[in-house]
Design a protein around this ligand. Sequence first.
Ligand code: ADP
Length: 285
Amino acid sequence: MDNTSNHNNPRSNSETHHRESEEQRADRLKLESRLKDIHKKIVVLSGKGGVGKSTIAVNLAVSLTMKGRKVGLLDIDIHGPSVPTLLGIEKAKLQGTEGEILPVDWQGMKVLSMGFFLNDPDTAVIWRGPLKMGAIKQFLRDAAWGELDFLIVDSPPGTGDEPLSVFQLLGKVDGAVVVTTPQKIAAIDVRKSISFCRQLGVPVLGVVENMSGFACPKCGEVTHILNSGGGRQIAEDMRVPFLGSIPIDPKIAESGDQGLAFVNEYVSSATAKILQEIIKPIEAL
Ligand code: ADP
């Protein structure tokens, strides 16, 4: 069995902090108070970049918003914060007083992205480890979400220090959605992501297989041009639910490029219906 550590247990969390400095304590209390009115925190993660993690995170968050839920979307992917582009809000200016960051409103959904701090989208972020962790921490500590039914977090990919800090700082995480592509090479990383969640005591809501087959732009029929089913197989092997397969759909890429949320634009398409199914276990939390 996997070792279950204390990161997801708020009580043990404060116990392990008994040797913290005054400053660390103040930071932790501020963070706890910032997150206290968020009912459920869901992290979307992937073994590697480019599998559509941000696209899925955005469309799950928008689907929940369309159902009338109070949703926050936090893009904490420090190297590739793509949520502002996917929602067409790259130019949004963050408001807030000293020590407070107010999320940007997108049709009633609250959005915060590391991308809002990186003025020039062409500049690569080259931050050394501790600075990076400090930025993630400060970002979470100062974000003023208010009351939310769900906070959907677009995590940095992989299972390294960055996603680890995100999980630790969030405190109790209610569920993780793991995104993969059907190929074997991606599958290996998914296993790591699932055991990473288990080690942190975070329930895995399930696996989403993205870019699985090709959806014809004319009739919507899905053709399996490459192997598919890898995501379902891993879900079975690792005994976690399989949440659904999303085809390569030119309308997803097009909506993303135009900064329009796909599920909002093509609400009755077959692909949007799959995304609307995937939120069911989140809604049921
Ligand atoms: P990640 O967050 O994993 O790095 P993104 O969500 O940024 O990946 O997606 C990478 C690119 O692939 C984006 O241009 C996005 O529009 C496109 N994309 C993602 N999923 C699909 C899909 N199912 N069909 C078509 N294009 C997709």
